[in-house]
Design a protein around this ligand. Structure first.
Ligand SMILES: [Zn+2]
Length: 495
């Protein structure tokens, strides 16, 4: 029986005993991943439906080929083959096949020959002008290019800085957040003095200070099905620096509908993905992931953490691809998904193919316009009140009173051990949310339970789970441990 090496992606490692790869016997890819799931029961529901079918947001590669374009689960395995599970990651996703490898020609950028550069500009761009691949003509293309960055966070920061430095004429920025102290670990557009300011005001100032020749156009709003086409339309290239699935699918779909290349990047803990989705020349994001994973199977960056330099690296790769597309030089990452692992310092490249039945970009596409993305991704509409109202809640002050009573509730902390180490409530019992289904026996139904997490979202989900399992006396701490620190115990750090 041949043995294959299965690469377990970071998000699934906690469910697979923490290993990054495992050698397993099996004659087919299906047999190998079913063995993996059998050895790690917690993985089962992530990989397979209740009917035992491989879930369609789980993409599996044999070496660098997507098994959907081989014999799917029946694809034979040879000794030494590598089977990779490539999860959809909201922090960025990939795509593209080498079919689009013929040298790039970007639509929409028509340099006019009359333009000249000032002495100051010739000096500023001299190291570009010396490159035969850029030169005066390429620098003009950069000056005439319009690039839209969706998200001015970890990925958008380095991308925006390098595009402005490179002399891109117009940079649109879509974001509506204010700068938070916790952003500064990776969002290098901002300084400590910017904390509390709207990101776009700070970003515009910083980028125009770097290059007064770059026009920065802020869109201080949430990208939505209502405004996306209008916002994207004037731009030549879209750079996806989003951190959630609804916006990622929206950016993909709007880019496909408008015929614009979408430079994709995503990050998770120590791993990044980069690709260029250009449906005219290759696949789109939906070709790779026809639908998103259910929200309870994907931790967000806020929950999972991310190495600060990782978005720097991935964002710089996105900026590189963007500049190449503008110049029409080199081989774009169309039809190719680049995976980067910072811990192992490895880059891997997978082939992406255009799905001949893609609902959006194929000849028989069924989707002709934008849809309701929060509903598609099974999450509450952006900006909507958190859905915690649907489960019983307790306010921090109220809980403080109950904990001093003769019959205090049992506190259950559903965060990760790393978060527990930052701060936790006295007497609490730690069961990370992902482990709750397997560890529910540790909780007694006889006692009142109060679940908490960082800000209240995970514990509300966990409360829903316990209610569904028949627990009756269970509530979630509204606002999480951060609200507790704010209202009850200011000695606890917020994070
Ligand atoms: Zn597609």
């Amino acid at each position: 029986m041949p043995k294959a090496t299965v690469k377990v992606p970071t998000p699934l490692r906690p469910l697979a005993g923490g290993v990054s790869e495992v050698a397993l016997e099996g004659s087919t890819v299906g047999a190998v991943i079913r063995t993996l799931a059998a050895d790690n029961p917690a993985l089962q529901r992530h990989l397979f439906t209740a009917e035992g079918k491989l879930r369609n947001f789980v993409t599996v590669y044999l070496n660098d080929e997507d098994i959907r374009y081989l014999a799917r689960e029946a694809t034979p395995v040879k000794e030494g083959d590598i089977v990779s599970i490539v999860p959809a990651v909201a922090g960025g996703a990939p795509n593209s096949a080498r079919e689009g490898r013929s040298s790039a020609k970007l639509v929409g950028i028509e340099p006019t020959v009359q333009e000249t550069f000032s002495r100051e500009e010739l000096r500023r761009y001299s190291r570009h002008l010396l490159l035969p691949e850029v030169g005066v003509a390429g620098q003009r293309r950069l000056r005439q290019a319009k690039v839209l960055l969706v998200g001015a966070g970890g990925l958008g920061s380095p991308t925006a800085l390098y595009l402005a430095a490179a002399g891109v004429g117009e940079i649109g920025l879509v974001d509506f957040d204010a700068v938070d102290l916790s952003n500064l670990q990776r969002q290098v557009l901002y300084t400590t003095a910017d904390v509390g300011r709207p990101k776009l005001a700070a970003a515009k100032e910083r980028l125009e200070a770097l290059n007064p020749g770059t026009r920065v156009v802020p869109y201080e709003e949430r990208l939505s099905s209502e405004n996306a086409l209008e916002i994207l339309r004037p731009y030549d290239i879209v750079v996806d620096g989003t951190d959630n699935f609804p916006t990622r699918y929206l950016v993909n779909d709007a880019s496909v509908l408008l015929g614009k290349p979408n430079v994709y990047g995503s990050i998770y803990r120590f791993e990044g993905q980069v690709s260029v989705f250009d449906a005219k020349r290759g696949p789109c994001y939906r070709c790779l992931y026809p639908e998103p994973p259910p929200p309870d199977l994907v931790p967000s960056c806020a929950e999972a953490g991310v190495l600060g330099v990782l978005p720097g690296l991935v964002g710089v790769l996105q900026a590189t691809e963007t500049v190449k597309l503008i110049l029409g030089k080199g081989e774009p990452l169309i039809g190719r998904l680049l995976l980067f692992d910072a811990l192992g310092v490895t880059f891997r490249e997978l082939k992406l193919r255009k799905n001949p039945h893609c609902a959006l970009c194929s000849a028989d596409a069924t989707q002709k316009g934008l849809i309701d993305y929060p509903a598609f991704c099974g999450v509450p509409a952006p900006g909507a009140a958190p859905k915690t109202g649907s489960v019983p809640e307790v306010e921090p002050e109220e809980l403080a009173t109950e904990l001093r009573s003769a019959d205090p509730p049992l506190l259950v902390d559903v965060r990760e051990p790393e978060e527990w180490a930052i701060a936790h409530l006295p007497g609490a019992h730690l069961i990370p949310k992902a482990e709750l289904p397997e560890r529910v026996d540790e909780l007694t139904r006889a006692r009142a339970l109060v679940l908490y997490c960082r800000a209240g979202t995970r514990s509300a989900d966990a409360t829903r789970l316990l209610l569904d399992l028949g627990f009756s006396n269970v509530r979630t701490l509204r606002g999480g441990i951060n609200a507790w620190a704010e209202k009850v115990d200011p000695s606890l750090p917020q994070y």
